[in-house]
Design a protein around this ligand. Structure first.
Ligand code: IPM
Ligand code: MN
Length: 368
């Protein structure tokens, strides 16, 4: 298996956690005899500092020329006074648009070992396993017109969707649900917004092609509450860009930390992989960052871009194993007396070790 991966580590903790993720990919390549190559590029605040733009054309070219893009995080308080189109985040939105992936998959699961890290009671989060399918190229993030008129003190953003944009992301949600617990919850605000009415009508229509999958609709406000009340009720949650941004952060509470959440964006020319967490400038360089979100993102690279499902699972199981063994970065150490506090680097090493053991075991089983 050959895979060319563009690595855009970005800002803050991005480089630290991405290093652990690429180490894991290197280990999988070595243990399985695969040929993975890595090409680095600048994005976000570091790119503004070095090149004066959050997405230099060299980065864009490298990304388009790769089989998968692995991104760390973007965002730097230094640029807070800039308008949205000049900020580090603009680089991320531009690359999302250029790569063309419209379905952002954000799994959020409850880890038994981390039950104490979640502020929710263990019996509430037990068996929670939600896969958010967030539409990533439409809605308020990209709708025109958009402006802020400082003379009239008026500003506008536009929430816009076409039927086709809803159809393509809905199909991905139904396909994924049919391989899981066969339920799609579509989230909108159809009691107020025309865009949501189009969304709901379109999703309802597409559901007819997937008779084995149950569809339910939820309004985004009550959904925000249901996710906290009975997370195990949800399987695939399909929603538009901004609602998905908000709800997927909320669902971090189920897992115990935003630092645990991976994501993959599929459907475009090149898949884009990024942990859900941001650049966390307050802890950058302190060794406190949790690399597990980035490592689980690497597992998604193996699953969705390399077709190495077994290896993807091996990485996920290695993460389970280190958590069961009690290793914790600071963000997931809460309320856990037996936790063994480790640094970003140490956490990466423990996952690597658990992974090597499980791949070794698999290979020796095949050998006999
Ligand atoms: C995310 C982030 C981004 C988003 C920001 C950094 C532009 O919050 O990936 O969830 O809003 O999509
Ligand atoms: Mn977000």
């Amino acid at each position: 298996m050959r895979l060319k991966i563009a690595v855009l580590a970005g800002d803050g903790i991005g480089p630290e956690v991405t290093r652990e993720a690429t180490n894991i990919l290197r280990a999988v390549a070595e243990l399985g005899g695969h040929d993975f190559t890595f090409v680095e590029g600048l994005i976000g605040g570091v790119a503004i500092t070095e090149n004066g733009t959050p997405l230099p054309s060299a980065t864009m070219d490298a990304a388009l020329d790769s089989d998968a893009v692995l991104l760390g995080a973007v965002g730097d308080n230094k640029f807070n006074s800039l308008t949205p189109d000049k900020r580090p985040e603009a680089g991320l939105l531009q690359i999302r648009q250029a790569l063309g992936g419209y379905a952002n998959l954000r799994p959020s699961i409850a880890y038994t070992a981390l039950a104490a890290s979640s502020p929710l009671r263990p019996e509430v989060i037990e068996n929670a396993d939600i896969l958010f399918v967030r539409e990533l190229l439409g809605g308020l993030y990209f709708g025109e017109p958009r402006w802020w008129n400082k003379e009239t003190n008026e500003a506008i953003n536009t929430m816009r969707y076409t039927r086709d944009e809803v159809v393509r992301v809905a199909r991905i949600a139904f396909e994924l649900a049919s391989k899981r617990r066969k339920k799609v919850t579509s989230v909108d605000k159809a009691n107020v917004l025309e865009v949501s009415q189009l969304w709901r009508a379109t999703v309802t229509e597409i559901a007819k092609d997937y008779p084995d999958v149950t569809l339910e609709h939820q309004l985004v406000d009550s959904m925000a509450m249901h996710i906290m009340n009975i997370p195990r009720n949800f399987d695939v949650v399909l929603t538009e860009n901004l609602f998905g941004d908000i709800l997927s952060d909320e669902a971090g509470v189920i897992t115990g930390s935003l630092g645990m959440l991976p994501s993959a964006t599929i459907g475009g020319q090149v898949n884009l992989y990024e942990p859900v967490h941001g650049s966390a400038p307050d802890i950058a360089g302190t060794g406190k960052a949790n690399p597990l979100g980035a490592i689980l993102t690497a597992a998604m690279v193996l699953r969705h871009s390399a077709g190495l499902e077994q290896d993807a699972r091996a990485v996920e199981q290695a993460v389970h194993k280190v958590l069961d063994a009690g290793y914790r970065t600071a963000d997931i150490a809460r309320g856990d007396k037996n936790a063994q506090l480790v640094s970003t680097l140490e956490m990466g090493k423990h996952v690597h070790q658990a992974l090597a053991e499980s791949i070794d075991r698999r290979q020796s089983m095949h050998a006999v």
